[in-house]
Write a protein that binds this ligand. Structure first.
Ligand code: SAM
Length: 293
């Protein structure tokens, strides 16, 4: 499978789990913040194939302008396909003019623009004074502290409200195996390995976001958003186990744990195919708006 197809399939697979997991109190705080009858402009950073927008389109009653910032250009056709399918399913008018897509429903007008770029320089890509909300779903775990700080500085200086969801904080297999924690710890450490841009924050990203918003005099609300992966969710289980397997293959760790890993993996796969494996993947959602806005 090509890497891009892999990404598109993975983002589609995780979508219903994200929908279920999203913290509805945090989400409502963001919806309430956007005044109901005024048009809103929302930027989705690390937009992938447009999951945030698809999720919020119906939840927001007003006219909306969505700006997607996604560095992986190959995801743009899949994003457009998903939105086109949504429009066609609902029999909404759909048009493209000067690089901006527009969807007309009987109740509202929604426009979409894709910026295929890195969001690290967001203030050069969009006029932040015109933005009502920045959203990001499952984006910050793989960034370094410096990258997150530099990005957030641009938002906080402009007092932009942020809804950032699904930050990984840990996982727990059900039933538990005595070796689970050791391999989960290794998986987490792989996320936080040194890379060309520095050390990604992995499961510490959420804490750094929280701290930064607090320091910037923002009102902050946080809440859990765990995936509850059930015994029948075979494909999701395999995705996550495969992620763990390839992460651990790139790590050096003790000979004892290395020798035992194939047995652990086999036992997990047996539990999955006999539909006995559950898995909770913990995340944190946050909504932050400047205390004076
Ligand atoms: C796990 S995916 C989540 C995609 C989408 N938000 C969703 O919920 O399905 C993370 C996305 O962030 C994008 N991304 C990560 N860092 C980025 C950056 N600095 N600039 C733009 N996109 C970035 C990746 O290319 C990837 O598509």
């Amino acid at each position: 499978m090509e890497e891009n197809n892999f990404d598109i399939d993975w983002l589609a697979e995780r979508y219903p789990f994200d929908v279920e997991a999203r913290n509805k109190t945090i989400e409502q705080a963001a919806v309430d913040y956007l005044k109901t009858d005024e048009p809103v402009t929302i930027v989705d950073v690390g937009a992938g194939t447009g999951s945030n927008c698809l999720y919020f389109l119906d939840k927001l009653q007003q006219d909306q302008s969505w700006i997607f910032i996604e560095k992986d250009k190959a995801l743009a056709p899949a994003l457009i396909n998903r939105l086109t399918e949504y429009a066609s399913f609902h029999k909404y008018d759909w048009s493209l003019k000067d690089g901006v897509y527009e969807m007309l429903t009987p109740f509202k007008k929604v426009s979409f623009k894709i910026i295929s770029d890195n969001f690290s320089k967001i203030d050069q890509l969009v006029d932040l004074s015109e933005i009502d909300l920045v959203v990001a779903n499952a984006v910050f775990d793989l960034l370094s502290k410096v990258q997150i700080s530099q990005f957030l500085d641009q938002l906080t200086q402009n007092k932009v409200a942020c809804l950032f969801t699904l930050h990984y904080t840990g996982m727990r297999f059900v039933p538990e195996d005595p070796f689970d924690q050791a391999y989960i710890d290794l998986y987490d450490s792989h996320m936080m390995r040194q890379q060309s841009f520095g050390q990604a924050l992995g499961k510490m990203a959420a804490a750094h976001l929280v701290q930064t918003f607090e320091t910037a005099n923002y009102n902050l609300q946080t809440g859990d958003s765990a995936w509850n992966i059930l015994q029948d969710d075979i494909k999701m289980h395999y995705y996550l186990l495969n992620f763990m397997e390839s992460a651990l293959s790139e790590l050096s760790y003790t000979e004892e744990l290395k020798a035992y890993f194939p047995k652990w993996l086999k036992r997990k796969k047996e539990l999955i195919i006999t539909r006995q494996q559950g898995l909770e993947v913990m995340h944190l959602d946050l909504f932050a708006c400047h205390s004076t806005s």
